[in-house]
Design a protein around this ligand. Sequence first.
Ligand code: AMP
Ligand code: MG
Length: 410
Amino acid sequence: MMADYPMIPPEEALRIVLEHTPVLSTERVGLKEALGRVLAEELVALEDMPAFPASAKDGFAVIAADRSVWRRIIGEQMAGSTTGVVVEAGTGVRIMTGAPLPQGADAVAMVERAEEAEGCVRLLRRVQPGQDIRPVGQDLAAGEQVLAAGTSLGPPEIGLLATIGRTRVQVYRRPRVAVLTTGDELVEPDQPLGPGLIRDSNRHALRAAACWAGADVVWSGHARDEERELCRLIVEALEETDVLLTSGGVSMGQKDLVKPLLEELGSVHFGRVAQKPGKPLTFATVGEKLIFGLPGFPVSSLVSFELYVRPALRKMQGHTRLHRPRAEVVLQHPIHHQPARVEFQRAVVTEREGVYWAETTGLQVSGRLRSLVGANGLLVLPAGRAHFDSGDVVTAILLDRPEVEEITGQ
Ligand code: AMP
Ligand code: MG
C-alpha cells in the first residue's frame, strides 16, 4: 500500500534534499583532471615567486643613480640563465624580460627609451631605483596562502598549481550518477516508433544535465513498467553510484511503481512538491545514496533536476555556492498561471540598461521540451496569484547569461 504523500513547499523540499546530501570524500588528482574540481586542502607557497629580482621589460640593466651619459654595454642577460657580469657606474647590461637582474644593477631602462651606438647605450629618460624590476616574492611570498581550501579550480588556479610545483592536489571527487528511465512506451532514439510509443529523451537529457553539473554518469538504463524488472535495475543502478536519477513512474497511475519500490529499498523523504512542473517529484535515500524520482514529462524532469539535483551534486563536490542567482525581472507580456502551486515558467531574460526583461518561451506544458530551448531563466510565479500584467516585476532564477553577438557598451 502506497503512503499518502503530503504536498510540501519547494523550499522545504530543497532543504530536505540538502540535509541528506553528503559532501563526498576527496581524492588526489593531476593537473589535467583538476579543472572544475573543488580544492580540499589549503595550498601555501614554499618559495618566493619570482625567486630572483627579474626584469619586467626588454632593455638595459643599469644603476639608477649613475649619471653617465653613455654606458658601455658589458654583457647580455637572457631569461633562464645567469651571467657573472657585475654592473658598475658607466656600464649597463642588455637584459630580456624575465631575466634575473645582474649584480650591481638596481633598475631597468626599457629599450624603447634608450639609444644605442658603438657598443654603448644612452638613456632617453632617467630611471628610478627598482624601475621595471619585479622584486622577489612580488607574485607569491614564501609562507603565503596561494589557494584556500574550497576554491573552485579554473584556468588561473590550475596555472597557480603549476607555478608552485604542485602537480597533484587533493580535491573532492565527482558524484557517480546513474540514470534509469521507466516506461513501456519508450524506445531507443535510433528505433522506429510503433503505435503509442515515444523515444526516450529523458535518459539523454538527464545524462547531459548531470555531466554539466560536474557528475560522472557511470550507468544508464531503461526499465519497463514491471515491478521485478524495475526493482532489479534500481538495485543494479545503485551499486556503483552516489546518486540515482529515475524518470517517470512517480505519478498516480497504476503503472507508477517507483514510489512503493523506493519505500521498500530505503526511506522516502517526500513524494509530492507544491510546484509546477514537477509535482510528483520524489526523494529517497538508501544509506548515503540519494535517489531522485523525477517525473516523466521531459520539462518536469529537467526543471526538477535544475531545482533540486544540481544543488545536491554541487554540495557533493565540495561547492559551498550551490544555487543559481536570482533577479527581479520585468514581464514583457501578460502571464496567466494556475495559482494553486508556484510555477517555474521558462523564459528568455535579457538585460537592457541595467534592467532585466523577461519573455516566456511559448506554450508552457510539461511535455514540450522546446519550452526549455533558449531559456536562460525560470520565472518564479508564486502561488495565490493568477494573473501578471505586462510590466509587472517577478523573480527569476537565472540559469545562464548567454554570450552576445556583438559587443555593445564599454
Ligand atoms: P510518467 O511520469 O511515467 O507517467 O510519464 C509521464 C509522461 O512523460 C509519459 O506519458 C511520457 O509522455 C513522458 N515520458 C516519460 N518518460 C519519458 C522519457 N524517458 N523520455 C521522454 N518522455 C517521457
Ligand atoms: Mg511512466
